[in-house]
Write a protein that binds this ligand. Structure first.
Ligand SMILES: Nc1nc2c(ncn2[C@@H]2O[C@H](COP(=O)(O)OP(=O)(O)OP(=O)(O)O)[C@@H](O)[C@H]2O)c(=O)[nH]1
Ligand SMILES: [Mg+2]
Length: 196
């Protein structure tokens, strides 16, 4: 995919603020600190478009980034950030659920998990929710640079066995740090959107 332009559109807290056009939306979900905002920056080759942090809980709102006037990347807040108060965690959970329920332009969910760990209980809840809502989804095993390249395939398979024993969803590795596998992801996204 050639990135001709990418622009931050809006930080939304409620559905009235979601973009009014009908462009398809590619949505990043996953626990806090798993690398959702970094993923967007890597894919569009912009270091600081989406704000990232080594401290979990950086993204608190729903951020929309328009790419090539063709689609949006939607950066959702991460769940499972233990330092957030219970009330804030509930608020973030509500933002996420409201978005996933009310947005009718979701073309694809990119569900990030950490390649080094078994999916968390919150990851499993999110997975069940996505399946129940029948949302199109690819699971991305992120931070692949943190393990030996020879272990990548086995780690991805272990995560799939745990989350999706029927093996009917696509699982792919990724690394923002090394910018590897981004071509494979772009192929998936452009196929889904039917654009080049
Ligand atoms: N090694 C490595 N670090 C990564 C990768 N992706 C993200 N990180 C680091 O992980 C930390 C969190 O990244 P973010 O992109 O802010 O994570 P997030 O999922 O948006 O987090 P929240 O906004 O809290 O939900 C940062 O220190 C990133 O530099 C990766 O592929 N490899
Ligand atoms: Mg973020």
């Amino acid at each position: 995919m050639i990135i001709k332009n990418v622009e931050f559109t809006i930080s939304a807290t409620n559905p009235k603020q979601y973009p009014k056009d009908d462009l398809p939306q590619i949505v990043l979900v996953g626990k806090s600190n798993v690398g959702k905002s970094s993923f967007i920056n890597t894919m569009v080759n912009r270091k600081k478009l989406a704000r990232t942090s080594s401290e979990p809980g950086k993204t608190r709102l729903i951020n929309f980034y328009k790419v090539n006037n063709d689609f949006y990347f939607v950066d959702l807040p991460g769940y499972g950030f233990s330092k957030m108060s219970k009330a804030q965690q509930v608020e973030v959970g509500n933002f996420i659920e409201e978005y996933l329920q009310k947005c009718s332009n979701i073309a694809l969910i990119l569900f990030l998990v950490d390649i080094r760990h078994n999916p968390t209980s919150n990851d499993k809840l999110m997975y069940d929710y996505i399946i129940k809502q029948n949302l199109p989804c690819i699971i991305i095993a992120n931070k692949a640079d943190k393990i030996a390249i020879t272990k990548v395939n086995d780690s991805v398979k272990n995560i799939q066995d745990s989350l999706n024993p029927l093996h009917d969803l696509k699982f792919m590795p990724f690394s923002s740090e090394r910018k590897i596998y981004s071509e494979d992801l772009w192929n998936e996204i452009s196929n889904k959107l039917n654009i080049q």
